[in-house]
Each structure stands twice: as C-alpha cells, then as structure tokens.
Write a protein that binds this ligand. Structure first.
Ligand SMILES: Nc1ncnc2c1ncn2[C@@H]1O[C@H](COP(=O)(O)OP(=O)(O)OP(=O)(O)O)[C@@H](O)[C@H]1O
Length: 407
C-alpha cells in the first residue's frame, strides 16, 4: 500500500520531546521512526468540526499528524456537546474552528492547525483541498458529500468518509484511482427531505466517536501506507446490535466523475444537484423568525405563517386549529398543548380531522420541515386552508415564549 505522502517530501526529524511523546508508536515496527516522521510531514483536512470531525481531529493531533486543517462555518451550540467532544461548555458561542483549535493545541502543541472558517463550496473547495494529503469528510449533508467526493476525485486525493444517523454509521475510503468513489455507491442523492438529519432524527452521542475514530484510523493507515484501507469496501456500524459489517464496493464504469469517460470534469452546483433550494430563495428563516411577517412566501402551494402571526390570530380568538406533527417522545419534551398526529400517520388519520375541513389549520413540527410535508399531505386529502408554521416550536420558543426549552 503506497503512502499518501508524496515520495519527494523530505521527512522532518523528531525532537527528543516528540520521541518521548510518540514512543508507543515508535516501538511498533509498522510505524517506527520513519512512519512517525511521515505523520509529522502529513497534512490532513477535516471537513466539518462536528460529531465526526471532533474525535477525528483529536486522534490525528494525538497521533502527531503535523498539519491539521479544519473547515467549518458554524459556532458551538450547547446541543453539540453531547457528542462534539472537541468543544466544551466554555466555548459555547465561539466559532467551531477556534474552539477546536484550543482543544487540539492543548492536546498536542506541536501540531499546526490551519483554520478555514468558511462553508466549503464549489467556489473554494479545490483551492482549500489542494494543499492536503488526505481529506476526511465528517459533514452532515449530501451537497457537501458530493462536493468533497468530486473535488477529491478531480485532485486525486483520498477521502476518508464517514456518516452517521441515530445508532448506525458508515465509513469508507473514496477518491483513490484504484477504488470507487461516493458517486459509484450513490449515483443520485435522495429526494430532498427524505433522509432526516441528526437534528431531526437524533443520534446516539457515542456513535460519531466510533465512526470518527474509524476515519482517523483509515487516515493514519493511508499516511503510513500500511494495512488494508477501506478502499472498495463500505463499513456498516450498528451500535445497537454492536455489529460491524463490510460490503464490497465496485467502481461504476459509468461513473460521471471517476469513470473512464467522465462528464463531471469540474465542480458543479451541488445544491441544484441535490434539489436543495438555497435559503436566500425561500425567504430567510431568520427573517421569518425576527419579524412579524404576515406575507411569507407560499412554498409548493402551502402558505407559510410566522409565529408572531399565529400568536396574533390565537390572541384574537380567530378560528385556527393548531396541529403538532412531531413524534410522541418529542411532544413529551415540550409542546404547545396542540393535538398530536405524527407526520408519518397523517395520511391514515385524516378522519380524525373531519370536523376541521373548513377551519384554518396551522401545522407545526420542531423547525418547519416535517410540518411542510404534513401540510402537503393534508392538502392532498382535501383540506383547503392549511399553513405551515415557519421555524416550528423552536421559533415559538425563540420569539413568543422564551420560558420553553429548546431541543
Ligand atoms: N459545506 C460545509 N462547509 C463547512 N462545514 C460544513 C459544511 N457542511 C457541514 N459542515 C459542518 O459539518 C459539521 C457536521 O457535524 P454535526 O452534524 O455533528 O454538527 P451540527 O450541524 O452542529 O449538528 P446538529 O445539526 O445536530 O445541530 C457541522 O459543524 C457543520 O457546520
């Protein structure tokens, strides 16, 4: 297995302090002095400093990877700390890249941390990725996964990929000449909204630890050129059954990016590819949350209503029926006292709403995505006056009743 470090790179010497720090590596013949020097020479880019990026970057720093790049645009939220162990209570509200740097430098001050406080996009990806030897994708959305995949294939860089949801995870190594890429496995993105995010569906806090550490292991193996990397294999992790399975992956001869006749030869518009409408085109959620907007845009035929407007209608005792379409366990965390029909049951339970056919119905969920789907289902079932509460119960807690908990 060749190393991901360019053969021409002159390997840096280790100081006596470094020899002491890495002694347990140095006595492994598979690593040894030369391997540790390769780690010191290596540059790894962690895309995302969230659940997966946290253990990934921490273990890379502990192992002595000389340069660690971090790309993230987000700030640390209290709800991140259940799994994003590179951040801490003291750094809530700080930029994730700044917060992560503090922890990485504390763990290993010899590591150089390069911060890219930005969203990785088609406009900047090639420029950012080009200086790194290995890329590790720990992001949480399909647009970025396809973007990182294509950029890695175009630049011929290995991508130590991981993803997680609820109790399950996946890992593989894409982007190499000999192996398949993410598009060989998933030629098309799922329809928008079909796969819930961890923010919607939840995730066991330990799971990104398991999968992020696998990404770190693959990254280290690629740098050292040892073992059998997950090239051409997809590792499936099931934390509930505690099972680890690998599936063989084949290169797709028709793959538009890594196949013999590529049609994707430069980065494309990944929002469009994934069917995502950029926030600026739907009317910014934050604007909807901040202003008492009464003329929010109609999305797919469903009028959107702001929390302020709903509050006004309720205070004025207008005939409005509010329906909560979240799951029962979410309802137990916080609710507005509205009846509950989970979004997946709407189509089967419309009979329960028969007396509301002529009422104005406002549906809400946690943040507005599921309730949009529920509103569409109600519309299809013949309910004519249905609107979607923009920002959901989170916006209500933000703007109307700050005593409510946010989850
Ligand atoms: N295109 C991108 N460029 C840079 N960072 C990205 C990009 N897409 C996603 N990320 C980052 O990847 C990380 C994904 O991690 P994770 O899903 O655990 O975090 P989160 O978004 O904070 O979680 P939650 O959605 O539950 O609040 C996030 O920090 C997110 O900001």
């Amino acid at each position: 297995m060749p190393t991901a470090i360019e053969e021409t790179v002159e390997l840096p010497k280790l100081s006596n302090d470094e020899i002491a720090r890495y002694s347990r590596h140095l006595i492994l013949p598979e690593v040894g002095m030369e391997g540790q020097q390769k780690l010191k020479a290596a540059k790894v880019l962690c895309v995302g400093t969230g659940g997966l990026g946290a253990p990934l970057a921490l273990y890379l720093a502990a192992a002595g990877v000389g340069t660690i790049g971090l790309v993230d645009f987000d700030t640390v939220d209290a709800s991140n700390l259940q799994r994003q162990i590179i951040h801490s209570t003291a750094t809530v509200g700080k930029l994730k890249v700044d917060s992560a740097e503090i922890m990485l430098k504390g763990l290993n001050p010899t590591v150089k941390v390069i911060k890219h406080n930005t969203m990785l996009t088609s406009a900047n990806a090639l420029e950012i990725l080009k200086d790194y030897d290995v890329i590790a994708d720990g992001t949480d959305n399909f647009q970025t996964r396809y973007l990182v995949n294509d950029a890695c294939v175009l630049l011929n860089k290995p991508n130590a990929y991981g993803s997680i949801f609820r109790f399950e995870g996946q890992a593989s190594v894409f982007g190499t000449k000999e192996g398949p890429c993410y598009r060989c496995l998933y030629p098309e993105p799922p329809p928008p909204g079909l796969v819930p995010s961890c923010a919607e569906g939840g995730v066991l806090g330990i799971l990104p630890g398991l999968v992020g550490v696998i990404q770190a292991t693959e990254t280290i193996k690629l740098i050292l050129g040892i073992g059998e990397p997950l090239i051409g294999r997809l590792l499936l992790v099931d934390a509930l059954g505690m099972s680890f399975r690998t599936l063989k992956l084949r290169k797709n001869p028709e793959c538009p990016v890594c196949g013999p006749n590529p049609t994707v030869t430069e980065l494309i518009d990944y929002d469009q590819f994934c069917g995502i409408t950029p926030p600026s085109e739907v009317g910014p959620l934050e604007v909807a949350r901040d202003k008492a907007v009464t003329d929010l845009p109609v999305v797919d035929g469903i009028p959107q209503i702001s929390v302020q407007e709903l509050k006004r209608k309720l205070d004025a005792k207008e005939d409005v029926f509010v329906l909560d379409v979240r799951e029962p366990h979410e309802y137990k965390i916080v609710n507005l006292g509205a009846p509950l029909i989970p979004v997946g049951e709407i189509a089967l339970r419309t009979a329960e709403l028969a007396d509301k056919k002529d009422s104005e119905i406002v549906v809400h969920c946690k943040s507005g995505a599921r309730s949009q789907r529920a509103a569409l289902a109600l519309k299809q079932a013949g309910f004519t006056n249905v609107s979607n509460l923009t920002g959901g119960i989170l916006a209500w807690a933000d703007k109307i009743d700050p005593s409510l908990p946010k989850y």
